[in-house]
Design a protein around this ligand. Structure first.
Ligand code: DX5
Ligand code: ZN
Length: 217
C-alpha cells in the first residue's frame, strides 16, 4: 500500500489548520508543503514561517518540497522551522551535493527532486546520500495538472537502480496523482504519493486518501 502525502497547495489557505488536521485524522502519512519562489517556478506559495506555524498543530511528518533557486541558502531555516524532510531540485543549484549535506547536518531527512525533463543519470551519484527521491510527474509550479505517463518508466528505472544497489530510499511521485495514476506509480516502484487537487478539491478528502490506499492494496 502506498503512503499518501496530501499537498496543502490545494488546501484552503484561510483554513490551513482545519485542512491539515482533517488529513491527519484521515490517516495521511505525511504532509507535503510546496515552497515556490517565483523564479525556479512561475508561482509563489509558502515560506518557512508557514512551516513554523503548522509545526505545533500536527504530528505529521512535514515534507517540504523546495522549488527555489539555490535552496542551500534556506535549508537550515526550514529545518529549524520544523521540516522533517527537505527536498531540493537537482536543477535548482550548482551545488546539489552540498545542499543535501546541509539538510542532513541540520537534522532533517534529505530528498533530491527531478523535473520531468531531467534524466536519472543526473542524480545517480547522489543516491547513496538521500532518504527519498521525488520524481515529478508534472512540470512543477501548479496543482491540478495532468499526470505525465512517460514518467512511469522513469520510476521503474529508479526502482531498478534502488534494488540493484540495495538502497533503501523512498520513491515519491508528485503531480496528477489520482486513483488511476497512483496504481501505475505504485506498480513501477513508488512508495509515497503526493496528491493535492485529488484530495482537497473533493467533498470528501478522507475518502480520497482511502481511495489512493485501496487502489494500491
Ligand atoms: C506542483 C507541486 C505539487 C502539487 C500537486 O509543483 O509540487 O505538489 O501540489 O498537485 P496535484 O496533486 O493537484 O497535481
Ligand atoms: Zn510538490
Amino acid at each position: 500500500m502506498i503512503k499518501v502525502a496530501p499537498s496543502i497547495l490545494s488546501a484552503d489557505f484561510a483554513n490551513l489548520q482545519r485542512d491539515v488536521q482533517m488529513v491527519e485524522q484521515a490517516c495521511a502519512d505525511s504532509l507535503h508543503i510546496d515552497v515556490m519562489d517565483g523564479q525556479f517556478v512561475p508561482n509563489l506559495s509558502f515560506g518557512m514561517s508557514t512551516v513554523a506555524a503548522l509545526r505545533p498543530l500536527t504530528s505529521l511528518t512535514l515534507d517540504c518540497h523546495l522549488m527555489i533557486v539555490d535552496p542551500e541558502r534556506f535549508v537550515e531555516q526550514f529545518a529549524q522551522a520544523g521540516a522533517d524532510l527537505i527536498g531540493v531540485h537537482v536543477e535548482s543549484t550548482q551545488h546539489i551535493y552540498h545542499a543535501l549535506q546541509l539538510i542532513k547536518q541540520a537534522g532533517a531527512k534529505a530528498e533530491v527532486v527531478v523535473n520531468p525533463g531531467t534524466p536519472l543519470n543526473m542524480i545517480e551519484g547522489l543516491l547513496p546520500l538521500v532518504d527519498q527521491v521525488l520524481i515529478m510527474t508534472v512540470n512543477p509550479g501548479f496543482g491540478g495538472q495532468h499526470f505525465l505517463d512517460a514518467m512511469v518508466t522513469k520510476i521503474a528505472a529508479l526502482d531498478a537502480l534502488k534494488q540493484k544497489n540495495g538502497y533503501d530510499f523512498d520513491i515519491e511521485v508528485d503531480g496528477g496523482v489520482n486513483d488511476v495514476t497512483v496504481k501505475k506509480c505504485y506498480d513501477a516502484g513508488a512508495t509515497v504519493a503526493v496528491a493535492g487537487s485529488y484530495i482537497y478539491d473533493s467533498d470528501d478528502p478522507a475518502q480520497r486518501i482511502e481511495d489512493l490506499k485501496v487502489a494500491t492494496n
